[in-house]
Ligand binder design. Structure first.
Ligand SMILES: N[C@@H](CCC(=O)N[C@@H](CS)C(=O)NCC(=O)O)C(=O)O
Length: 203
């Protein structure tokens, strides 16, 4: 059987998929390259991911893009503690993944860009402040969901936590003030404190 191939550099959303593969203990090949090399626009790569973005995976004949969807696929396929144990857990893992992608990701990225990623002259603290204000609603939802539990479902670290913390973690990396949400910050520390998160991000 051919080995799983993960395409993309550690300092892209590929780190989410590498994190999942490491947590699952998978044997995989890592095609480690950044989109800035132009490598996502070649005919060979576009045949794998027509969006020309990272990450993408090849698992036998199957090609997949979308980091969070790839993780749901891998967790469902390889199971163990990371994967959903029944339909309810599959529903919850899907819910939190879609929620992170639609309610949190683009706003957190705006904050991150304007705090850290853009060249200093292009950063705008007013954009960070507006993003921080817009995140209050979803972060309050996540904080409440974690009021009486350590993890989002099943009393253990799963794909739901991995996908959601990988996205919400951008708010922490952007150094937004998260002190109003203590359950959320404790959970983020639990998830992002895992050794394999650090390894997935390249050390
Ligand atoms: N929703 C996609 C986003 C993919 C994406 O935009 N990846 C970035 C790297 S983190 C990329 O490849 N950007 C290069 C480009 O857009 O040309 C996912 O989660 O996989």
């Amino acid at each position: 059987m051919s080995k799983l191939i993960i395409h993309g550099a550690h300092n892209t959303r590929t780190s989410r998929v590498i994190w999942m593969a490491l947590e699952l203990g998978l044997d995989f090949e890592h095609n480690n390259f950044h989109y800035s090399t132009g490598g996502t626009q070649t005919p060979e790569f576009l045949a794998i991911n027509p969006n020309g973005t990272l990450p993408a995976i090849q698992d036998g004949d199957l090609c997949l893009f979308e980091s969070l969807a790839i993780n749901l696929y891998l967790a469902n396929k390889h199971g163990g503690d990371m994967g959903p144990r029944d339909d309810a857990e599959m529903g919850l893992a899907t819910q939190w993944s879609f929620w992170a992608a639609t309610e949190v990701e683009s706003t957190a990225l705006e904050a991150l860009k304007n705090r850290l990623l853009l060249p200093e002259a292009e950063r705008d603290e007013a954009v960070v402040a507006a993003a921080e204000a817009r995140l209050a609603k979803p972060l309050t939802v996540l904080n409440a969901a974690l009021a009486d539990k350590e993890y989002l479902m099943g009393g253990r670290f799963t794909v739901a936590d991995l996908n959601t913390s990988a996205v919400a973690g951008w708010a922490k990396i952007a150094k937004l003030d998260l002190s109003a949400w203590p359950n959320l910050t404790a959970w983020l520390d639990r998830c992002l404190g895992r050794p394999l998160y650090k390894k997935a991000r390249g050390g």
